[in-house]
Structure formats: C-alpha cells, structure tokens
Design a protein around this ligand. Structure first.
Ligand code: NAD
Length: 464
C-alpha cells in the first residue's frame, strides 16, 4: 500500500500540520491501495505563503525561462507516462486503454499546447495610445475533480505556469494519486520552490480555506455545481476572481435527416465512455417521435455491446464507477427512472452479471423519458442514457434548453447548415456538430491508435 501522506510546499515534501489519514480505494477491487492526508487551514496558510513569496520572482521570469520549464515538465511527464496511466486506472477505475489514450494523454497535451501558445503569445499590445499588458494574476488556488483527474490538474497548472503565476493545488481526495505523481513530476522537473504547491484534503476544509484565503488572487474550480457555488460564495468577501467548470446534462439532438442508427450508436458510446463520468457526456438523447422505435433498437444494440470489467483487462469498454458514493447515487437514480415510469430498454439496477465486487454498474438505457423526470434533470454521472422524444425542430431546441445546466450540446443532421442553425440555438458553452470533437472523436481522431504505453502527443481534452 502506498504512503502518500505528505504535501508539497515551498519545494519540499512535508508532513501535514495535524495527521488526518484518509484511505484511497481501488474501485474495481474495493481494496485500500494508498493513504493520503487530509490537510487543514494551517497547511493551506503555509502553501499560500510559499506561493506568495515565490510570485515576487517567478512573476518576473522571461517567456524563455518559462518555456524551458514547460519543456522540462513535458520530458519528465513522458518518462512517467505509463505510471501515470496505471495510477489513474487504479485510483478511479478508467480502463487502462482509456487512461493511456486519453486520461494521461490529456494531461501531457495541455503542456504541449501551452508551450506552443506561450511561444507566440502577445503579453503586450499597443492599441492607439494605450498599452495593453497581460500580467500574471498572482497566487492561484486550483481545485480539481476525480473524473479526469490529471487532465483537470494540467489544464489549470500549465497555463498558470506559462502566465507566470504561482499556485496551490488541491486534487480530489477521491482520486489523489495521479495528483501525487504529478507533483513528483513538478519536483523532478525543477519547478522553483513555492511556484507549485500541493495540499491534499477535503472540500469543506482545504477547498474552503483556499477559496476564502485573502492571499489567493484567483480560484480555478472544476467540479459539481454544489461545490462551485460554495467556492464562489467563500471567495466573494476577498473579491478574488473565480472560474468554474461545473456539471452538465447535455442534450444530443439527432435530427430527422440524420443516419439514426449511426448517430444513436455514437451517442451511446460517448455517453458511456469513462463509465459515464464526463461532465460533457451526451446524456439526454433527443429523437424525433417518428424514429423512436429505430433509435431504441440501435441504442439497445450499442449498450449491450459495452463490456464492463477489470480496468486492466483487455477488451473492456468501461470499468467501475470511481467510488462507493458514486455507485449508490447511480443505483438510486436508475431506480428513480423506473419508478417515475421511464421505459427501461436495457441495463437496470445492480451489478452486471457475473460481477459481485467493485463499483461496477450496468450500462442502462431509458426510452420515452420526459424532460421533467429526475433522470432527465439530474446529472447521474454514470453510464445511463435517457432517450427523449420530440415533435419537431423547435420542440427539440426547447427541450435541449430546458435544463439548469449549460455546459455542452450535440447536434447531428444530414445537412451541415441545418445542424449549425440548430446548434446556434442551443444555450450551452459548446456544441458538438455532426460528431466533431466528441469524446469518441477526440480519442479516435486526435490521439489515434498507438502501441500500448507509448506517449502520444494529443490535443488537450478541454472539459470532459
Ligand atoms: P465535487 O464538486 O464533489 O468535487 C470537486 C472538487 O471540489 C474536489 O477537489 C472537492 O474536494 C472540492 N470541493 C468539494 N466541496 C468543496 C467546497 N465546499 N469548497 C471547495 N472545494 C470543494 O465534484 P466531483 O464529484 O469530484 O466531480 C464530479 C463533478 O465535476 C461533476 O458534476 C462533473 O460534471 C464536474 N466536472 C466538470 C468539468 C467541467 O469541465 N465542466 C470537468 C470534470 C468534472
């Protein structure tokens, strides 16, 4: 069992101020695989003080110095690429193929992308008589979730380093081992003391201490809407900037001129990828009422073809959910869908046949779901698809927008102009048109097939 109880503050591995051990559990086996410490406000104070001190010099570094640092991080990350992929699989259950092709790859991709951007980024620009100067904001508090753990860490750390900021990272306590390894990479790459600090802990203690700290200039948060609201509220009295990437319940509008079979199959595969634990998963599939029977048959075929099993085994599509809490939540919501009268097409409560241990769930499809049912409103964060019928294009747009979320959307049509027209009417941060940049697309087109263990050079996966 790994001992990961130290924090990383001011360039050194340190013990927590007060010991508070916390187990890390492998969701496939339910076995304890490591111990971390949950930190306190005092640990955050030390980390923030180190970051504040380091900002005085790091904030003045040249682009060339920071580019060299990013390059060293890339090299060390590459040397630990396979360890990163295995660690992610063990801590949160992603299949090894996915950890290699996307989870670990996305983390590395952010550093490549940031190095590319930094080389040509205009920090100063003269507009008329005004000099616009982009400056590092200062000390950044970075709070990340467990579902794409290192992707989320790297997509915050890489730009902060590139800009000249210093930082305190709090990885998710559910999947903290990739964050621990990431911190070892930072150390080995020679990130100057105090520039990058890591304190493990829970949200209400360490997360809240970071969000409310007067010497933290900005908080970048990714996670649930519930915690995002708590972070913004805690940050308000010190008037710091807050960026949030929160949950989703994304609509996937399949228009009547699309190849329904193909679009539905692709939609199911995207929905279940990473065991459905992606914020932008297309979990509400909107189908013309006249095509419902065809869509249901295709969705059942696609879901029944999903293989569930040991993340390290060959040939599996999905592993377990990341935690017991997540397992219980998904079970509860599947049962709720049945109680509220949605048509269960395949899957249902319980573990897949032949599996008696681990947080494995059955890929589940509900049809004839109404948009006011709980399974259409709440983010389930499991491999559970709701198929919702619509009358016409206006009805589809209305249903897509009838959600408290606004993260992502999907439109498929036989006519690209029509797809774009509908996409423009969806009120979400981004819309994937005709399969573009979907999770499956990101995997197959951008990471491409490769030898197991080799480090790819993918584009970053922005917000899964
Ligand atoms: P979570 O909100 O429970 O936890 C996320 C992080 O916030 C963790 O590090 C946690 O310890 C911390 N946290 C919890 N309560 C806090 C508080 N009161 N103050 C400060 N920090 C707090 O989310 P999760 O279960 O780890 O991740 C799943 C959620 O994240 C889903 O809702 C998913 O959609 C969302 N997510 C969004 C994106 C995106 O880019 N939009 C990406 C990945 C995940």
């Amino acid at each position: 069992m790994k001992d990961c109880r130290e924090f990383y503050i001011d360039g050194k591995w340190v013990r927590p101020t007060e010991p508070r051990d916390f187990p890390v559990v492998n969701p496939a086996t339910e076995a304890r695989i490591a111990t971390i410490s949950l930190g306190s406000r005092a640990d955050v104070d030390k980390a923030v003080a180190a970051a504040k001190k380091a900002f005085a010099s790091y904030g003045e570094t040249t682009v060339e110095q920071r580019l060299a640092l990013l390059q060293r991080i890339i090299e060390v990350y590459q040397s630990k690429y396979e360890e990163m992929a295995t660690t992610i699989s063990e801590e949160m259950g992603a299949p090894l193929w996915l950890s290699r092709a996307a989870q670990a790859a996305a983390g590395l991709g952010h550093f490549f992308e940031m190095a590319k951007l930094l080389g040509s980024f205009k920090f100063e620009e003269l507009k008329g008589s005004t000099l616009m100067r982009k400056e590092p904001i200062g000390v950044c508090g970075l709070i990340t979730p467990w579902n794409w753990p290192v992707n989320q860490i790297a997509c915050k750390v890489a730009p902060a380093l590139a800009a000249g900021c210093t930082m305190v990272l709090k990885p998710s306590e559910i999947a903290p081992l990739s964050g621990y390894l990431f911190t070892q990479i930072m150390h080995e790459a020679g990130v100057p003391p105090g520039v990058f600090n890591m304190v493990n802990g829970d949200g209400p203690t360490v997360g809240a201490a970071i969000s409310s700290h007067p010497d933290v200039d900005m908080v970048s948060f990714t996670g649930s809407t519930r915690a995002g609201v708590a972070v913004a509220t805690a940050a308000a009295p010190t008037v710091k900037r807050v960026t949030q990437e929160l949950g989703g319940k994304s609509a996937n509008i399949i228009l009547d001129d699309a190849d329904v079979e193909q679009a539905v199959m692709a939609g199911v595969q995207s929905c279940v990828l990473n065991t459905g634990q992606s914020c932008n998963a297309p979990t509400r599939m909107l189908i013309p009422r006249s095509k419902m029977a065809e869509a249901i048959a295709a969705a059942k075929r696609a879901a029944d073809a999903v293989t569930v099993g040991d993340p390290s085994a060959d040939g599996i599509t999905i592993g377990p959910l990341a935690s017991e809490a997540q397992f219980e939540k998904v079970q509860r919501l599947i049962k709720k869908g049945m109680e509220e009268g949605a048509e269960l097409v395949t899957g249902g409560p319980g573990r897949p046949d032949g599996i008696s241990k681990g947080y494995f769930v059955r890929p589940t499809v509900f049809a004839n779901v109404r948009n006011d049912m709980t399974i259409a409103r709440e983010e389930i964060f499991g491999p559970v698809l709701s198929i919702i019928p619509y009358q016409d294009e206006n009805d589809a747009v209305r249903i897509a927008n009838d959600t408290p979320y606004g993260l992502s959307g999907y439109v498929t049509s036989g006519n690209i102009e029509r797809a774009r027209r509908v996409a423009r009417r969806i009120r979400s941060g981004n819309v994937h048109v005709n399969g573009a940049r979907g999770l499956r697309g990101a995997l197959t087109r951008e990471c491409g097939p490769r030898e197991p263990g080799s480090a790819p050079r993918p584009r970053p996966t922005r917000a899964p």
